[in-house]
Design a protein around this ligand. Sequence first.
Ligand code: NAD
Length: 369
Amino acid sequence: MIIGCPKEIKVQEYRVGLTPANVQSYVEAGHTVYIEHNAGTEIGFTDDAYQAAGAILTDKSTLFARSEMIIKVKEPIECEYNYFRENQILYTYLHLAADKSLTNMLLERKVQSIAYETIRTPSGLPCLAPMSAIAGRLATLEAAKFIQKTFGGTGVLLSGTAGTPKAKVVILGAGVVGLNAAQIAMGIGADVTILDINTARLAYIDQIFGMQIKTLTSSRGNILSLLPDADVIIGAVLIPGAKAPHLLRKTDLKLMKKGAVLVDVAIDQGGCFETSKATTHNDPIYELDGVIHYCVANMPGCVARTSTLGLTDSTLEFGLKIAALGVKDACLSDPALLQGLNTYNGKCTFKGVSDAFDLEYTEPQLALK
Ligand SMILES: NC(=O)c1ccc[n+]([C@@H]2O[C@H](COP(=O)([O-])OP(=O)(O)OC[C@H]3O[C@@H](n4cnc5c(N)ncnc54)[C@H](O)[C@@H]3O)[C@@H](O)[C@H]2O)c1
């Protein structure tokens, strides 16, 4: 198969879909790989290293024109739409339930799209987990920064010091993001409460943290009870492939301290606070009703080298399978990949996406026939 990996063009996005080591794996398996000039230069993957691994360096237009499969990191943005053509394979993060225009483009152009974040094995979401781990750890670090007075925060140190109170950190969602956010918050020495609707997950968190963080069932009442004292709230919920539920309403902000910080990690699925709107690494926060909002949709992008290594380790195996068999046979032979299929031949094959936009849903097995 002919594979192309373009340079990412979102603001402050330095991750890249393939490392030189990945290129070597594809080339050794008999595939041709095009890499856009300088796709990984900013994070230490030089054009020379790609070439030495067997890649052909080229410009964006040639890459898209020649490649049967495009491997990216972030969902295409509007200025990239025109590069796609019928039956081209797109293997990347997509988050379609939060992006109607991209969904329409993929359906109209009959792109075969596989979303990293919906590939699902019995143990979870293998291509989302590495980024979630990074985003969770960063969420606490970013909160620790933006709660400082210089940024308009309450001016507390998350750990407190001997004789001063610890900051109260509330984490909504105890999945991969939530657990990693909790690890850093606890490591820093904050007072941590984590909520989830999944009580088995809360029991697991209780065990691994040796009962040192508070766990609570996620209900409207429990969330409201925590708002007046919270210094930081981290939103880390996920209903796979669907828009995030709004766990905080605009009116709830009035219950919070002036200068408290909300970090909405779930912003890539539309956000789990009603008042969230996506921000960028260049301008990461805004204040609303006295509460600071941090809603960067590509948080791991700021630690792009670690993120690229973590991401590509998890996407390589599935990517090699698609390259060897094509989308149809790869998906039919692998139930995890089948769940990654979001659009095929103009049909929407992911329920969360069709529900989000009232589109006709086609079972992936049927669409592939
Ligand atoms: N902004 C970024 O850069 C970035 C990076 C990585 C992941 N994410 C996003 O972070 C979110 C979480 O990802 P994850 O990998 O931790 O998912 P996960 O599936 O591991 O965990 C999600 C958790 O949310 C819980 N949940 C669902 N509804 C809930 C509710 N009403 N109240 C409390 N908990 C609820 C689930 O039970 C689950 O434990 C996703 O939206 C993901 O796309 C964002």
